[in-house]
Design a protein around this ligand. Structure first.
Ligand code: C2E
Ligand code: MG
Ligand code: MG
Ligand code: MG
Length: 279
C-alpha cells in the first residue's frame, strides 16, 4: 500500500550516484549520435609469433572520442551500445572497415575482430560477416572473430548454430579473456573454437605468482592437446615474455611487443609504407 511504501522510502540519490547517472544518460545520448558524427576509429594491436617474433596479425580495437566527455574506453561504451541496441550496427561497421583495411596488408597478416555477446545473438551475424568479406575481398582464412565465454553461457544452441555458420565461411573463432569467465571445458569441445586467448590478468602476474603461472601452463597444455592455438594477452615485461615462450604459447600480444596503433602506423610497422621522409 501507499502508506507502507511511504514508510520504506529512503534516500538513495547521493550526490555521487546522481553524477554517475547523469554521466550515463549523457553518454547514452552522445553514443546515439556518435556513428553519424564519425567519432569512432579503429586502432590495430600487432600480434607476434612467440617463437620467431614475427608479426602474424593484428587485433582491431574500437576507439571513441566523445566531444563532451573525451576518450571513452570500449569497456565502458560497448556495454552501453549493447543496452541501447546499437552494437549490431557499430559491430558491422567495425567488421566492414577492418576487413577493408586488412585486405591491403601482406597475406600472412591476419585480422582479429571482437564480437560482443549481443552480436552473437543476432542470427544475421554470419550474413554480416560474409558481406564484409565479399565487399573487402579479404580471404576468410585471414579473419578471426573473438568471442567471450559469456556469449556461450545462456544461449548455447543459438550460439552454436551461428558460430558453425561462421566457421563454415572459413572464418576462425577464438575464445577471448579465457580464464576469467566460467571456463567450462565443455565450451572448448562443443564449439568450433580454434584459439584460446589467455586473459591478461594472469599474464600480468607472471612469472612470480604461482597460481597464475599454473593457470597459464595448464591452459597452454590444454590448448596443445585440443590442437588449439594459444595467444597470451597483456605482456608488458621481458620476464612475462620469457615465461610465455617457455610454456608453449603460440602467439603474444601486449604493450611490450606493440601497443594498439592507428592504421597508418601499422602500415609503417609492417613495412608497407615508408616513414615520413623529411622534406
Ligand atoms: P580485449 O578484446 O581483450 O582486447 C585487449 C585489451 O587489452 C585492449 O583494451 C588492449 O588495448 C589491452 N591490452 C593489450 N595489451 C595490453 C597490455 O600489455 N597491458 C594492458 N594493460 N592492456 C593491454 P581496449 O582496447 O581498451 O579494449 C577493451 C575491451 O573492449 C576489449 O578487450 C574488448 O572486449 C572490447 N572491445 C574493443 N574493441 C571492440 C569492438 O570493436 N567490438 C567489441 N564488441 N568489443 C570491443
Ligand atoms: Mg595466417
Ligand atoms: Mg579481444
Ligand atoms: Mg582479452
Amino acid at each position: 500500500s501507499a502508506k507502507h511504501h511511504g514508510k520504506q522510502t529512503y534516500r538513495v540519490f547521493e550526490p555521487q550516484l546522481m553524477e554517475v547517472i547523469q554521466r550515463q544518460r549523457s553518454l547514452e545520448a552522445a553514443l546515439r549520435r556518435a556513428s553519424m558524427r564519425d567519432e569512432f576509429r579503429i586502432v590495430y594491436q600487432p600480434v607476434f609469433c612467440s617463437a620467431k617474433g614475427e608479426i602474424t596479425g593484428a587485433e582491431a580495437l574500437l576507439r571513441w572520442t566523445c566531444p563532451e566527455h573525451g576518450e571513452i574506453s570500449p569497456t565502458e561504451f560497448i556495454p552501453i551500445a549493447e543496452e541501447l541496441g546499437l552494437v549490431a550496427r557499430i559491430g558491422a561497421d567495425v567488421l566492414r572497415k577492418a576487413c577493408k583495411d586488412a585486405a591491403s596488408w601482406p597475406a600472412h597478416i591476419d585480422l582479429a575482430v571482437n564480437v560482443s555477446p549481443v552480436q552473437l545473438l543476432d542470427p544475421r551475424l554470419p550474413q554480416t560477416v560474409a558481406q564484409a568479406l565479399a565487399d573487402s575481398g579479404l580471404s576468410p582464412s585471414r579473419l578471426e572473430l573473438e568471442i567471450t565465454e559469456t556469449a556461450l553461457l545462456n544461449n548455447d544452441e543459438a550460439a552454436l548454430r551461428t558460430l558453425t555458420q561462421i566457421r563454415d565461411l572459413g572464418v576462425r573463432i577464438s575464445l577471448d579473456d579465457f580464464g576469467t569467465g566460467y571456463s567450462s571445458l565443455s565450451y572448448l569441445h562443443r564449439f568450433p573454437i580454434s584459439r584460446i586467448k589467455i586473459d591478461k590478468s594472469f599474464v600480468q602476474k607472471l612469472p612470480d605468482d604461482v597460481g597464475s603461472a599454473s593457470i597459464v601452463r595448464a591452459i597452454a597444455q590444454l590448448g596443445s592437446s585440443l590442437s588449439m592455438k594459444i595467444t597470451a594477452e597483456g605482456i608488458e615485461t621481458d620476464s612475462q615474455l620469457s615465461f610465455i615462450k617457455e610454456h608453449g604459447c603460440d602467439e603474444v600480444q601486449g604493450f611490450l611487443t606493440g601497443r594498439p596503433i592507428a592504421l597508418a602506423d601499422f602500415l609503417v610497422l609492417t613495412g608497407q609504407q615508408a616513414e615520413n621522409v623529411e622534406a
